[in-house]
Design a protein around this ligand. Structure first.
Ligand code: SAM
Length: 228
């Protein structure tokens, strides 16, 4: 399967059954136990990123690209904290939901924009580029070009999260349970941390901070890389 097909499948999934499922997981309504576990884990990843950025003390006015923003779980709090956020996602429905959530957020947010776009078509320069839980949709052999593109638009920092390869294969099966019906063809790809670090180094970055979120059904390795 080539990447164009993979991307089409991912886009279609997050514009249909995937949208329904993930906008509930990334919301605050009632969900089942497994979905609640994933919601809790994902929120930990988001919170860690926000803590890192706040700890640096320059979040207000910082230009941030949230590539594959989903429903805005990270973009919205970053904008609320004063960052200038360019958020985008390949799924029109996810972006529309993010826009709606930003609209009802307390206080009108003028410093966040949402566009439906493949992250490998993003242009411009941003102090910080963040891409959370998107690499799971990228086969290993396509991760390098994806990260190279994000590196090219990141002036100072790139923050990535991915499902680490070292975990038991049962994880893949568990993730697979979240892709029902025809969308089962949407695969979940794990990545070796050493591979991701090598790609970052090849693009002029060095890892500065790391974190790991592990709940029962959600596993995400988080790396902050800065220019060497
Ligand atoms: N980053 C968000 C978060 O952590 O809340 C969403 C994570 S969700 C698991 C993955 C998202 O990546 C989906 O919204 C999907 O549409 C998006 N996505 C997948 N491939 C993409 C691509 N090539 N360009 C932009 N977005 C993509």
């Amino acid at each position: 399967m080539n990447l164009a097909n993979d991307k089409d499948i991912v886009k279609q999934y997050f514009n249909s059954t995937g949208f329904d499922r993930w906008q509930r997981i990334y919301g605050d309504g009632k969900v089942n136990k497994v979905q609640l576990d994933i919601r809790t884990g994902h929120q930990q990843t988001v919170d860690t990123v926000i803590q890192w950025l706040q700890a640096d003390g320059n979040l207000r006015g910082l230009s941030v690209c949230d590539a594959g923003c989903g429903v805005g779980s990270l973009s919205i709090p970053l904008a609320e904290a004063g960052a200038i956020v360019c958020a985008s996602d390949i799924s029109e429905k996810m972006v529309a939901e993010a826009y709606d959530r930003a609209t009802v957020a307390p206080g009108k947010l003028y410093n966040v924009s949402f566009t439906a776009q493949d992250l490998e078509a993003l242009s411009g320069k941003f102090h910080t580029v963040i891409c959370l839980d998107v690499l799971i949709h990228y086969p290993q052999d396509k991760a390098a070009s994806m990260i190279a593109h994000l590196s090219s638009i990141a002036q100072s920092r790139l923050i990535l999260s991915f499902a680490p390869k070292t975990l038991a294969l049962t994880l893949l099966k568990k993730i697979g349970e979240f892709f029902p019906g025809p969308s089962k063809t949407t695969r979940a790809y794990q990545h070796r941390e050493a591979d991701i670090i090598k790609i970052l180094e090849n693009n002029g970055f060095v890892v500065n901070r790391t974190a790991m979120t592990s709940t029962s059904f959600y596993y995400s390795r988080l790396l902050e890389a800065v220019r060497k």
